[in-house]
Design a protein around this ligand. Structure first.
Ligand code: NAD
Ligand code: MG
Length: 384
C-alpha cells in the first residue's frame, strides 16, 4: 500500500535520513511536499528524484532559483513562510517535521490540524508551543510520533504499559563532545569543537545544544509534554556511549530500555512504519565490540542548561518558549563568533529573568512570545 509523505526540512540531517529510508522502498511512498530553507538547487534535485508535487523554500529570496531549477518539470515551486504553512495543509498520510527551531512551528501546527500522522523531530516547536500543540493534537485526533531518539525509545518502552505504573522515565544523554572539559576550557570552546559530536552526525544547532546540554533540557520539556507522568518522574542520566536511547522504570522495579546504533534512521523508521517495523540497512548492534555501558549524573555546575530547562518547565506558561528562543539566538551568536560558549547559558538565564510574558493560549500568541524573546536576547548580545 502506498502512503503519501511530506517532509519539512528535507535537506537537513533528519530530512536526508528520512529520504534515505524512502529510497529503500520507493513504491511504499508517494512524496507530496519537500521543503528547505534556502538550498534551492539541492531541494529541486530531491523534488525531481522523488517526483514530489510541491517544493517550498522558506526564504522567498531563493524562489527564483527554485523555479529555474524546476522549469520544464510539473513540480510546483513556492516560497516564503506562508507557503510553508500552506504546504502543510495539503493532505499527507505522514508529515515529517524536520525543520530546526521554532521556524518549524507553523507547518507542524498546520499538519496537526489535518488530523493525520506527524513524525516530530522539530523539538523546538513542541517546547515553544507546549499545551497549545498538545491540545491541538487532542482536538484533531492527529497522531504525534516522536522522532527524537530518546522520545522514540520511551514511546517504544511504554507500549503495553500504563502511565500510572511508571516510576521513572530516564532520558539518556551522551554528554556531548565537551563532557569532560573544565570550566576554564569550556569558556574557550570554539564552534568547531562544540559541533564535533562523538556519536551522532547532526545539524549545527542541535550539535551545539548537545555540547551545552540544552538539547537534553529541551528534551526534558519535550518528554514532559509527550509522556504525562509528571516532571518529577523524568530524570536525566549521562551515558556517553549513546547505546541505550532512554528507559522506562515501572513500579514493580522492571526497567525497559531501547538500545540501538547511533543512527537517526532507526527512530525515523520506527515512526514511518509504526505500528509495524521496516528495514533500515543499519548495522546490527555489536555489544561485545562496544564492551561496556557507563552512566553518570549530569554536572549542572558546568552545564546549567538542564537546571534552567527544568525550572522553565516547572514555571510553565511562556517560560519554555522564552528559554528556547533565547537559546536559538545565543547558539546563532556563538556559531557566528559573537559570544563565548559558556555565555549561551548565562544569556538564556538572563532572558528568563528579564522577560516573563503571560502564558500563550494560541499559535499566534506562541509566535509572539518567540519573536519578543528573540528581540530581548538579541539586545542582550548587542549591549554585552
Ligand atoms: P539541519 O540543520 O541539518 O536541517 C534543518 C532543515 O530545516 C534543513 O532542511 C533546512 O533547510 C531547514 N531550515 C532551517 N532553517 C529554516 C527556517 N528558518 N525555515 C524553514 N526551514 C528551515 O537540522 P537537523 O539536525 O536535521 O535537525 C532538525 C530538527 O530535528 C531539529 O529540531 C533537531 O533538534 C531535531 N533532531 C535532530 C536530530 C539529528 O540527529 N540531526 C536528532 C534528534 C532531533
Ligand atoms: Mg535526542
Amino acid at each position: 500500500m502506498t502512503r503519501s509523505l511530506s517532509i519539512f526540512g528535507a535537506t537537513g540531517s533528519v530530512g536526508s535520513s528520512t529520504l534515505d529510508l524512502v529510497r529503500r522502498d520507493r513504491d511504499a511512498w508517494d512524496v507530496k511536499v519537500l521543503t528547505a530553507n534556502s538550498s534551492a538547487a539541492e531541494l529541486a534535485a530531491l523534488a525531481q528524484e522523488f517526483g514530489a508535487e510541491l517544493a517550498v523554500v522558506a526564504d522567498e529570496a531563493h524562489l527564483p532559483a527554485l523555479r529555474d531549477a524546476l522549469s520544464g518539470s510539473s513540480i510546483e515551486a513556492a516560497g516564503g513562510r506562508d507557503a510553508l504553512c500552506e504546504a502543510a495543509t495539503r493532505p499527507a498520510d505522514m508529515s515529517v517535521a524536520a525543520i530546526v527551531g521554532c521556524a518549524g512551528l507553523g507547518p507542524v501546527m498546520a499538519a496537526i490540524e489535518q488530523g493525520s500522522s506527524v513524525a516530530l523531530a522539530n523539538k523546538e516547536a513542541l517546547v515553544s508551543a507546549g499545551e497549545v500543540m498538545t491540545a491541538a493534537v487532542e482536538r484533531t485526533g492527529a497522531t504525534l510520533l516522536p522522532v527524537d531518539s530518546e522520545h522514540n525509545a520511551i514511546f517504544q518502552c511504554l507500549q503495553g504499559g500504563a502511565v500510572e505504573d511508571v516510576r521513572w522515565i530516564t532520558l539518556t544523554a551522551s554528554g556531548g563532545p565537551l563532557r569532560t572539559w573544565s570550566p576554564a576550557e569550556l569558556a574557550k570552546a570554539t564552534p568547531q569543537q562544540a559541533i564535533a559530536h562523538p556519536n551522532w552526525d547532526m545539524g549545527a544547532k542541535i550539535s551545539v545544544d548537545s555540547a551545552t546540554m540544552f538539547n537534553k533540557g529541551l528534551e526534558l520539556i519535550e518528554a514532559h509534554h509527550l509522556f504525562p507522568v509528571g516532571l518529577d518522574r523524568i530524570r536525566i542520566v549521562v551515558h556517553p556511549q549513546s547505546v541505550i536511547h532512554s528507559m522506562v522504570e515501572y513500579r514493580d522495579g522492571s526497567t525497559l530500555a531501547q538500545l540501538g546504533p547511533s543512527d537517526m534512521k532507526v527512530p525515523i523508521a520506527s515512526c514511518l512504519a509504526w505500528p509495524e517495523r521496516m528495514e533500515t540497512g543499519c548495522e546490527p548492534l555489536d555489544l561485545p565490540a562496544i564492551g561496556s555501558l557507563t552512566f553518570e549524573h549530569p554536572d549542572e555546575q558546568r552545564f546549567p542548561a538542564t537546571r534552567l530547562a527544568r525550572e522553565a518547565a516547572e514555571a510553565g506558561g511562556a517560560a519554555p518558549g522564552v528559554l528556547n528562543a533565547a537559546n536559538e539566538v545565543a547558539v546563532a551568536a556563538f556559531l557566528d563568533g559573537k559570544i563565548g560558549f559558556t555565555r549561551i547559558a548565562v544569556l538564556v538565564e538572563d532572558a528568563l529573568n528579564r522577560f516573563a510574558p503571560p502564558a500563550p493560549r494560541s499559535l499566534a500568541e506562541v509566535l509572539c512570545v518567540d519573536e519578543e524573546a528573540r528581540a530581548v536576547a538579541a539586545s542582550m548580545i548587542e549591549t554585552a
